[in-house]
Write a protein that binds this ligand. Structure first.
Ligand code: ASP
Length: 348
């Protein structure tokens, strides 16, 4: 076993990640402030600042986290969420989002939603104005229209151009040609992998009254098969929250998370006493253990992909981890301000 991995036997024996100290940030991984506190994926610095600002003014955690991620959903420069998100294989932007409200235990979600810039707000309406949890595709859009959401073109010129380059380089056996010169022969495929693209924002928060809520929103995997739904809108996968315990959410390869329901797992590990960071590492290890197909592994048998988790507990302790690589960070904000906190990781 490479020295940079956590021994599964040691892990099962101790139930902690003490043996992986080199991969656990030694400082700055935890803060203790009970409300308001907000955490988000690394692209959520402005999001957590906005969520805390709203909660300081008395907002419920659920409204605050949705307001926070709205900043990213409406940002055309973020090509992984909302407006400007990279489209599916047919050039259509399809969005996934879910929200969960700790005090009531209710959830709402939308998947493969087209034409609505703020899928998190539609998920919030599913929670508040239906007896359901998840609406998809045309049904989700009809519901959004019913509640006054405008139906817009979400495909920015930037995202369209990236999609066209992907399409033209997908194969050298079709009739789409990337820009080329008169001497070029082998057109296509060469650039394909460089366009594989994930990205999402997750945000969870504790408000002034100690209530906890969560949201995750994404345009999902770029160039996905139309209709593909990732982990983000699936309660227990892309997010989970329990008002007595804490909350967790994810970004990264949704298929791996869907097969492990890791956000639910993280909350249950915190209920059993794990710190948020240890619970996130536990989920990373579970996904690694469940990754058995060679096409998903590197030469060391480790997952060749990444999934990141972000968690906070009822006491306001925060932490996160991802499967692969140092350098991962999460955004944290509380009454003391906003900062980035390192993620622990399983494999270098
Ligand atoms: N988890 C998202 C999905 O699989 C994508 C991401 O987080 O990058 O749809």
């Amino acid at each position: 076993m490479p020295t940079n991995t956590v021994s599964r036997r040691a892990f099962l024996k101790t139930g902690t990640f003490a043996g992986a100290a080199a991969f656990v940030p030694v400082t700055g991984s935890a803060v203790r402030h009970v409300g308001p506190v907000a955490i988000a994926s690394g692209n959520g610095r402005g999001c957590v600042a906005e969520a805390v600002r709203q909660m300081q003014a008395g907002a419920d955690a659920l409204d605050a986290v949705v307001a926070g991620v709205n900043l990213v959903e409406e940002n055309p420069d973020d090509t992984s969420v909302g407006y400007g998100g990279l489209p599916n294989a047919e050039g259509v932007v399809q969005l996934d989002s879910a929200v969960m409200h700790g005090p009531t235990g209710r959830a709402g979600a939308v998947a493969a939603l087209e034409g609505v810039m703020y899928p998190s707000r539609v998920a919030l309406q599913v929670l508040r104005r239906t007896d359901h949890v998840l609406l998809v595709a045309e049904g989700a859009q009809a519901f959004a229209r019913m509640h006054g959401f405008p139906i817009e073109n979400l495909l920015t010129e930037r995202a369209r151009e990236v999609w066209v380059r992907w399409r033209e380089n997908l194969s050298n056996r079709d009739d789409y040609l990337p820009p080329h010169g008169s001497e070029d022969r082998d057109l296509g495929r060469a650039m394909r992998r460089s366009y594989d693209h994930w990205g999402t924002i997750h945000c969870s928060a504790i408000d002034l009254t100690g209530n906890i809520s969560s949201v995750t929103t994404t345009s999902g995997l770029a160039f996905k098969i139309p209709g593909r739904v990732g982990d983000s809108p699936i309660i227990g996968a892309g997010l989970y929250c329990d008002n007595d315990v804490g909350a967790a959410g994810s970004t990264g390869r949704g298929e791996a998370n869907l097969e492990s329901l890791a956000s639910f797992l993280i909350v249950e590990r915190m209920r059993a006493g794990d710190s948020p960071q240890d619970a996130c590492l536990f989920a990373c290890q579970r996904i690694a253990d469940n990754t058995r197909l060679a096409r998903l592994q590197n030469e060391n048998g480790e997952p060749a992909f990444n999934v990141s988790f972000y968690a906070l507990n009822k006491a306001g302790v925060v932490g996160g981890a991802r499967i692969r690589g140092s350098g991962g960070r999460m955004a944290v904000a509380d009454a003391d301000g906003t900062r980035m906190v390192d993620l622990a990781y399983l494999y270098a």
